[in-house]
Design a protein around this ligand. Structure first.
Ligand SMILES: Cc1cc2nc3c(=O)[nH]c(=O)nc-3n(C[C@H](O)[C@H](O)[C@H](O)COP(=O)(O)O)c2cc1C
Length: 226
């Protein structure tokens, strides 16, 4: 078990890198589950300085090609860095108190250029394709290249990126590429702004497809004679 307080940065990077497995493009969509949870977006500015910020509006918004979107104020460093470098990483945050306490630190309004991962004691590990790092303590990662942005409600910027690499802790994925939700345990937004309350959901259920009627494409329900 990794000790976040005791281990050196180099030991943490190596330990986290050893845990990660790359997922082929055909598996990106399977990894995108649940489709929305609390994430930390990592970016780099044009000078190569790392930035990190938690986001509760992040959503996998297309199956294939797999894309993610999130919305931020255009003045935020994350938004500025994405506009400048056209890349970002979606790091799925686990339902883990020690990690969430560090994630809170990344949300604080540090000046531009401050590496919130270092300040928070989170571990930056190299990404596979993009320049911004992954976060070792997060269990799955989507490296994205910018597809489009839309500025709306005056200062809000919605950012959509296409996944160009995905990776996950090997104990969180089965041999078919499906997420093992009980292991991934992604944290959910609890609908209480940013007051520190979070929701953990890991229960899954298999539900049968039941339909005894005719081909639904040609089926129109009875209209009671009207
Ligand atoms: C759990 C959590 C979720 C957040 N989600 C969002 C979000 O979806 N959109 C947003 O604009 N800010 C969100 N924030 C606030 C930003 O993370 C915060 O403004 C941060 O300082 C922005 O950092 P930056 O300027 O380095 O990009 C969230 C904060 C927390 C703690």
């Amino acid at each position: 078990m990794l000790d976040l307080k005791q281990d050196t940065e180099a030991a943490r990077v190596k330990s986290f890198m050893d845990r990660k497995v790359d997922v082929p493009e055909s598996g990106y969509d399977r990894l995108g589950s649940p489709v929305a949870s609390v994430v930390v977006i990592t970016t780099m500015d044009q000078e190569g300085r790392v930035n990190a910020a938690p986001v509760a509006t992040c959503l996998r918004n297309n199956h294939v090609p797999t894309c993610f979107e999130f919305t931020m104020d255009i003045k935020r460093h994350t938004a500025q860095n994405v506009l400048a470098t056209k890349q970002f990483v979606v790091n799925i945050v686990p339902f883990d108190r020690a990690v969430l306490e560090r994630v809170h630190v990344t949300a604080m309004p540090f000046p531009k250029g401050v590496n919130e991962l270092s300040v928070a004691g989170l571990t930056a590990i190299p990404s596979r394709v993009v320049r911004a790092p992954r976060i070792g303590e997060c269990r799955s990662h989507f490296e994205c290249e910018l597809e489009w942005t839309k500025q709306w409600f005056e200062t809000r910027l919605t950012i959509v990126g296409r996944v160009v690499a995905a990776s996950i802790d090997r104990d969180c994925i089965d041999d078919k590429g499906y997420v093992i939700h009980e292991k991934l345990m992604p944290v959910q937004y609890a609908g209480q702004a940013y007051n520190g309350k979070y929701l953990g959901i890991s229960e899954t259920m298999d539900v049968a497809w039941k339909w005894d009627g005719p081909d639904p494409k040609t089926y129109y329900p009875p209209t009671n004679g009207q």
